[in-house]
Design a protein around this ligand. Structure first.
Ligand code: EMZ
Length: 385
């Protein structure tokens, strides 16, 4: 397999039944694989809820390592809308020119500092650094704070050998508790203080609610952004003409960003808990069981995407669900898109070619399926233009 190839393990099952099965800590998941079913189910929050026990809609389930409800991610309408409209303007700030300029400077400086370096650790010394520094802008927090987040390593809830790591998770939870207390003592201009001063339905947000938004902000955009960046590097390494094409046609960088998100689908799936006995496809879903919306499979559905297994940089119609779908679509998508666009633009300006020197693929085990989602290790050299 080529390093930059991300095969679709769901094709046969998607065509045959539209369903897949996997166990997850004795709380099995029925995976919905078709674009149409995924979108339909995402809309139907009454029967397929997000507001179950905290952690239960995440796969692997986080019920054993988390009690705090992530907001607005684990809340259903009508409360979902209240929270979402509260945080939405803040998470749209990446559209502002000043924000874009700062992000662009960060990313360009980082590339300058690693270009021509031999054997660059593209995860630990590049993607993680880029993601953590960018997060200081999203939170409006001093840049230096990124050093702390980088020191946590790539996975907030995972370590090298365990899928879920309670000790590691508590580093994040304790840190956020501490920051909330500091922001209460000395109000600041950052997301913590904005949330602490906000009201929902006429009531100030509690510390627990603020924590719920902050955990989501830290955890939701970490592995996903890191995978998007490293996978893109691997892709350009093997497709130098694609990098040249984007150099010549910078106007399609937006399309290319969407296409990479579709093709890599950095978040494979998200669960829902069934609230009443129902049917999806031919499948009888029982109350209190889990289904998942498999974005990665939906994004390769040949009924929707022509040449679904190819990266078509200037794909025009691209109704991918890489950022989810419906009211729960990714809150961080504006930020993530800016990161990807600016990152790709900076590569075209500064980097002539990329070489992969060593790699280890990150393969998710999903019951009957195995899916490559990114890399556990990726060593590269970026050659200056
Ligand atoms: C949750 C999730 C959100 C979860 C959109 O995804 O991302 C995962 O990486 C976290 O582990 O807690 O935030």
């Amino acid at each position: 397999m080529k390093r930059s190839e991300f095969p679709d393990p769901f094709e046969n099952a998607r065509e045959a039944t539209g369903l897949g099965q996997m166990d997850d800590q004795n709380d099995p998941v029925t995976m919905l694989l078709r674009h149409k079913d995924v979108r339909k189910t995402a809309h139907n929050w009454k029967t397929f809820q997000s507001g179950a026990a905290p952690g239960r809609i995440v796969i692997p389930s986080e019920v054993h390592i988390r009690d705090t409800r992530q907001i607005p991610f684990e809340v259903d309408p009508p409360m979902h809308k209240e929270y979402r409209s509260l945080v939405e303007p803040w998470f749209k700030r990446p559209l502002q020119e000043t924000y874009k300029d700062k992000l662009s400077k960060q990313i360009n400086d980082l590339i300058d500092s690693v270009v021509d370096q031999d054997n660059l650790d593209a995860i630990g010394d590049f993607a993680l650094v880029l993601q953590s520094r960018a997060l200081t802008l999203l939170l409006n927090i001093p840049y230096e704070e990124s050093e702390t987040w980088i020191s946590w390593g790539t996975h907030v809830f995972r370590s090298e050998d365990t899928a879920l790591d309670g000790d590691k998770a508590s580093i994040l939870y304790d840190y956020i508790d501490g920051e909330i207390d500091k922001a209460i003592a000395n109000p600041r201009e950052d997301l913590y203080s904005v949330l602490l001063n906000s009201e929902v339905n006429g009531k100030k947000l509690t510390k627990e609610e603020v924590k719920g938004v902050m955990i989501l902000t830290f955890a939701g955009g970490r592995d996903t952004v890191i995978n998007a960046i490293t996978n893109t590097l691997a892709y350009f390494a093997e497709h130098p003409k694609s990098l040249d094409k984007l150099r010549e046609e910078p106007e399609i960088i937006g399309n290319a960003t969407e296409e990479f998100i579709r093709y890599f689908s950095p978040l494979t799936q998200m669960g829902r808990v069934v609230t009443e006995d129902t049917h999806v496809c031919e499948y009888a879903a029982k109350a209190d069981t889990r289904v998942s919306l498999c974005w990665a499979s939906a994004n390769r559905d040949e009924k929707v995407f022509e040449n679904a297994n190819e990266v078509v940089l200037d794909r025009k119609v691209n109704p991918h669900v890489g950022f989810g779908f419906s009211h729960h679509n990714c809150l961080g998508a504006t930020h993530a898109r800016q990161i990807m666009r600016i990152f790709i633009a900076a590569l075209t300006e500064k980097v002539g070619a990329i070489e992969v020197l060593d790699f280890k693929e990150n393969i998710e085990e999903l019951g009957e399926f195995k899916r490559k989602v990114g890399f556990d290790m990726l060593k590269v050299k970026m050659y200056s233009k």
